[in-house]
Write a protein that binds this ligand. Structure first.
Ligand code: GLC
Length: 620
C-alpha cells in the first residue's frame, strides 16, 4: 500500500465523520465546528443572519415569546433588575426555556444565548451568593480565589439556565470619582491582568465570559462624561502608548492568554494626543481598535457585543449607527427595546450595499462558532439548580476576609478580644443592601434588608458570642468609655453614572441612595465617627464603599481603620478578620487619596503622596 494512501486511510479512520459525499449537517455534533458554521451559514437567509446579530431585552419579549421567532433573535438579555416573578431559579429557567422554545421554532432552529450581568455573583437572583465586587477581589491579590469566585458564579448562573455573563469588567480604574470604580480590580493594569482568572472560572463552567468595556472606560477625563454623567462614558484623552500600556493591556492578555470569546466595547471615546487632541472617536465606531487591533493584530475570533444601545451614541439615524457599528467590527447588537427597528435598518443598509455581505457573514460566523463551542445546539434547555449554597457562601466569606485592607492599627487594637464590650455604630453595620452595592437585585442596588445573608453586625455577633455587643446605628445609645467602638460607615449603592461624584441622583431609588456621591464620608457618617471615637478609648472604623473615602482629618481619633469595599452577602468574613479568625492580608488595589484635590492619583504619578499608597495593607 503506497504510504500516501496508507496515510489517507489512517486520516479517514480518525476523522469524526464519514469521508463520503453525504452533505455535512450543522446539526451533527461530530462535524468540526468550522464546518458546522459554514454549513449553517450557507443555509441562512439575510433575515436569519441579521436576527443572529440582534439581542433584545427580556422585557421586550417575555409577554410574547413568539417575537423571538419572528425576529429570529440571536440572544436575549436581562438587564440589571430585569427579573422573572417569582425571582427564583425555577422561574428563571422557565423564562429562558420558554424563549428558547421560541428560538427553536425558527426554520433553522438556532438556539438563543441568554446573557446577564453577574458581576459579583448572580446578583439579579434573590438568594444567590453575592460575592465582593471586583475592587475587593483586587485587594485580595489572589488570582486563584478570583477564579473560584467566578467559577461559583457560573455554577449559580447555570442553576438558572443562563450561559452568558457580561463580565468580568477588566476596566482599569484611574479616577475614584468614576461611578464604576468598584467594578474594576484596580488602578494597575498588571493587577487587572492577573485577575483574568475570572474568565477561566466562568469558561471552565460552561459560561461565556465577556471582558468589558473595550477600552479605556476607567481612564476617561473628569468633565467629559456623557449627558449628566461627569465622567462615566467620557473621553479617554491619552497617548497611543499610554492607552496601550494602561487600557489595552488587559485585553491583550484576555485574548492571547485566556482565550476570551466575547468582548464588549465601551460607551466611552478615545482621543489620542499623538494625533492632536480634539478628535474623540467613540469605541462603538472605532474600526481601528475593534477590527484592526482586536480582531487583526490580536487575532480575536470570538464576537463583539455592543453595550446597551451603545451604537445610539454614534452620530445620525439608527441606520447610520447600525452601519457604522457593523462596519467598525461589532458583531451582535444589544438593542433592548429596538430590536426590530435595528434589524430593519441594518437590512436596508445591506441591501443598499453600504454594509458588505462579507462583514455580515463574518459577524454571524463568529456568533455561531461560540454557540457551537458552548454546545447550545445539543443542549439548548436548562434545568433549575440551587443558588446560595453553603459551599458558595463559605467561599464568599473567604473572599470577603481576603479583601479587607487594614490601613491603621494603633496599639494592636485589632484583633478584638472575643469577650470584649463592643459598641457598634454606623449605617453600614447592619445593612446588607449597602454592603452588597450596585448590580444587586436592581441595577442600582437596593439599600436595606434586600437579600439573604450576613451583615457585618450579624458576623460580629456570630464570631464573638461571648462579647457584649451594643448596636446603635446613629450612636444615640449611651457609650461607655471602656467600650471598643466599631463604626461601620461608607456609601449607599449605585451603578454607572449615578455613582459618579457630581453625577445625577437616582430619583427612583430608595431615599438613602438619593444622596450626592462623594469622595468623603457623608456628614451623618462623619458625625457618628466623631461621636463614637471621641467617647471610647479604642475606636475601629470600617469603610464599606466602592472606592476610597478621604478621611484624613478624622484619622487622628481612629485607632484602627479598615477598607471593607463592598463585601456582598457574606459579612461574616469581615468579623473573621476583626477577631483574628483569619489574618488581614488585603492590599490596596487603588491609591487612597490624602485629599480630594489629589484625584486622580495613581501609582507611578510624580509627585505621588497619597494617604495610603497603592499596595499598602497591614497584616495581623
Ligand atoms: C450597561 C453596562 C454594561 C452591561 C449592559 C447590560 O449599560 O454598561 O456593563 O453589561 O448595560 O446590562
Amino acid at each position: 500500500m503506497r504510504p500516501a494512501y496508507a496515510v489517507g486511510a489512517l486520516v479517514a479512520a480518525l476523522l469524526p465523520v464519514p469521508v463520503t459525499s453525504t452533505p455535512v449537517s450543522y446539526r451533527d455534533a461530530r462535524v468540526p465546528v468550522e464546518r458546522r458554521v459554514q454549513d449553517l451559514l450557507g443555509r441562512m437567509t439575510l433575515a436569519d443572519k441579521i436576527g443572529q446579530m440582534t439581542q433584545a431585552e427580556r422585557g421586550a419579549v417575555a409577554a410574547d415569546p413568539t417575537l423571538v421567532t419572528e425576529w429570529r433573535l440571536g440572544s436575549v438579555l436581562s438587564g440589571g433588575g430585569s427579573v422573572p416573578t417569582p425571582n427564583t431559579p425555577a422561574a428563571w429557567v422557565d423564562t429562558v426555556n420558554t424563549l428558547q422554545r421560541a428560538a427553536l421554532a425558527t426554520p433553522l432552529k438556532i438556539p438563543i444565548l441568554y446573557g446577564v450581568d453577574a458581576v459579583h455573583g448572580h446578583g439579579n437572583v434573590y438568594g444567590a451568593t453575592v460575592f465582593p465586587h471586583n475592587i475587593g477581589l483586587g485587594a485580595s491579590r489572589d488570582p486563584r480565589l478570583v477564579e473560584q469566585v467566578y467559577r461559583a458564579t457560573a455554577e449559580e448562573m447555570r442553576a438558572t439556565g443562563i450561559r452568558w455573563n457580561f463580565a468580568p469588567c477588566v476596566c482599569v480604574t484611574r479616577d475614584d470619582r468614576w461611578g464604576r470604580a468598584y467594578e474594576s480590580f484596580g488602578e494597575d493594569p498588571a493587577l487587572v491582568t492577573r485577575m483574568l482568572t475570572a474568565v477561566d472560572g466562568l469558561e471552565k463552567n460552561g459560561v461565556l465570559a465577556t471582558v468589558k468595556h473595550y477600552a479605556g472606560d476607567g481612564d476617561t477625563t473628569y468633565g467629559t462624561g456623557t449627558g449628566d454623567y461627569p465622567i462615566d462614558q467620557g473621553v479617554t484623552i491619552t497617548s497611543r502608548a499610554d492607552f496601550a500600556r494602561i487600557d489595552l493591556a488587559p485585553y491583550v492578555a484576555a485574548v492571547t492568554r485566556h482565550g476570551v470569546r466575547s468582548v464588549m466595547p465601551s460607551f466611552s471615546s478615545v482621543d489620542w494626543t499623538d494625533d492632536g487632541v480634539g478628535n474623540p472617536v467613540n469605541m462603538h465606531g472605532h474600526r481601528e481598535l475593534l477590527t484592526g487591533t482586536l480582531k487583526g493584530k490580536l487575532g480575536f475570533d470570538g464576537f463583539l457585543i455592543s453595550d446597551w444601545e451603545g451604537i445610539h451614541h454614534l452620530p445620525g439615524t439608527l441606520a447610520d449607527q447600525a452601519r457604522a457599528g457593523v462596519n467598525a467590527g461589532i458583531d451582535m447588537f444589544m438593542e433592548p427595546n429596538t430590536a426590530p427597528q435595528f434589524e430593519a435598518a441594518l437590512t436596508a443598509e445591506v441591501q443598499a450595499g453600504r454594509v458588505p455581505m462579507t462583514r455580515i457573514d463574518d459577524a454571524v460566523s463568529r456568533i455561531l462558532r461560540v454557540k457551537f463551542q458552548l454546545g447550545l445546539f445539543e443542549n439548548p434547555y436548562a434545568t433549575a439548580g440551587e443558588v446560595g449554597t453553603a459551599a458558595h457562601r463559605a467561599l464568599g466569606r473567604e473572599a470577603v476576609a481576603a479583601s479587607q485592607v487594614l490601613l491603621k492599627n494603633n496599639a494592636r487594637t485589632l484583633p478584638l478580644r472575643p469577650d470584649a464590650r463592643i459598641y457598634v455604630a454606623g449605617r453600614n453595620a447592619d445593612d446588607i443592601g449597602n454592603q452588597a452595592g450596585g448590580w444587586t437585585l436592581d441595577w442600582q442596588g437596593r439599600t436595606g434588608d434586600s437579600i439573604p445573608g450576613t451583615t457585618i453586625l450579624d458576623g460580629i455577633r456570630q464570631v464573638a458570642p461571648a462579647a457584649s455587643v451594643t448596636f446603635s446605628a446613629d450612636a444615640s445609645a449611651p457609650i461607655a468609655r471602656t467600650d471598643v467602638g466599631v463604626v461601620v460607615v461608607g456609601e449607599t449603592p449605585y451603578a454607572e453614572g449615578f455613582g459618579d461624584v457630581g453625577g445625577p441622583v437616582c430619583s427612583w431609588c430608595p431615599a438613602p441612595q438619593q444622596e450626592p456621591k462623594s469622595l468623603t464620608l457623608q456628614p451623618a457618617d462623619r458625625a457618628v465617627v466623631d461621636k463614637v471615637c471621641d467617647a471610647v478609648t479604642r475606636c475601629v472604623v470600617l469603610i464599606v464603599s466602592g472606592r476610597p473615602q478621604v478621611i484624613t482629618d478624622q484619622l487622628g481619633s481612629i485607632d484602627a481603620l479598615v477598607a471593607s469595599w463592598l463585601p456582598g452577602s457574606e459579612g461574616g468574613g469581615v468579623a473573621d478578620v476583626l477577631f483574628g479568625r483569619r489574618p488581614f492580608t488585603g492590599r490596596l488595589p487603588v491609591s487612597w487619596p490624602r485629599s480630594v484635590d489629589q484625584v486622580p492619583i495613581n501609582i507611578g504619578d510624580r509627585p505621588y503622596n497619597p494617604l495610603f499608597a497603592y499596595g499598602y495593607g497591614l497584616r495581623t
